[in-house]
Design a protein around this ligand. Structure first.
Ligand code: SF4
Length: 258
């Protein structure tokens, strides 16, 4: 394929010197940004969300060493397909902002190929995203994990404030944001938790949509395979009514919810 020739042309570029730890790839439609997307999952995450579906991405050592040129080759191969499908490239994880320079260089490479870029992040390390990375980001998929610091800390092992600060910064930069809120019965479904997040979202002019994602047990087998305890083993998925009630809290503030 001609992409090999193009890849060589980029070896001399400074960005091509950068490399990162990549866990895996996927092509997906629906949840990782608009259209059909090439999703690059980076390895490593500082959080330990009790419901995490990808505990196999937690450690950077579990990823494979990849250069920006490697990623660019792959993006070039998919460019026409994802563009025709109204999509682009999403960098996810793990936590992409654990490798901010690599993420930035991947996005800048994507931009050179004319691809839409989406950053899938918990925002916990938002302070590590420099302005150049934000300038290369067309859309942020931002998790807001809870409405209170206490719940966030117990649920994820990390503070909520950094994600909220990052949300404010994205608003200042007018970067479009899709907020994700995982609805976990007994954890994040209390009205004051949901209302606090909805109030935050409503105060930000750049939030284009909110996805309320029902907790489920599908990630459980991965924990078993990895020999890790799954703390939410006895937590049920929310009922349809519980999900509808949470979505209504966001919708009542004029937010687009799905
Ligand atoms: S931030 Fe994402 S990858 Fe990290 S532990 Fe939470 S759910 Fe898993």
């Amino acid at each position: 394929m001609p992409h090999d020739a193009h890849a060589h042309a980029h070896v001399a570029a400074p960005e091509a010197a950068r490399a990162g730890r990549v866990h895996s790839w996927d092509v997906s439609t629906g949840v990782d940004g608009p259209g059909t997307r090439l999703v690059v999952f980076l390895a490593g995450c500082p959080l330990r969300c009790l419901y995490c579906q990808n505990p196999d991405t937690w450690h950077m050592r579990d990823g494979r060493h990849r250069t920006v040129a490697d990623i660019e080759r792959r993006m070039r191969r998919y460019a026409r397909f994802v563009t025709t499908a109204g999509g682009g490239v999403t960098v996810s994880g793990g936590e992409p902002l654990l490798q901010p320079a690599f993420t930035r260089d991947v996005f800048e490479a994507a931009r050179r190929l004319g691809l839409h870029t989406a950053l899938d992040t918990s925002g916990f390390l938002g302070a590590r995203a420099d302005d150049r990375l934000l300038a290369a980001t067309d859309l942020a998929l931002l998790d807001i994990k809870a409405g209170s610091e206490d719940t966030c800390l117990r649920l994820t092992g990390g503070a909520l404030a950094p994600a909220l600060a990052f949300a404010d910064r994205l608003a200042q930069q007018r970067t479009p944001v899709w907020v994700r809120y995982v609805l976990v019965p007994g954890w994040t479904d209390a009205p004051d938790e949901v209302e606090a997040v909805a109030d935050r979202c409503a105060a930000l002019a750049n939030v284009e949509r909110v996805d309320v994602l029902p907790f489920h047990q599908l990630g459980r087998s991965k924990y078993e395979r990895l020999g890790l305890p799954f703390a939410l083993a006895d937590t049920p998925a929310p009922t349809r009514d519980q999900v509808a009630a949470a979505r209504a809290v966001f919708a009542a503030r004029g937010l687009v919810v799905s």
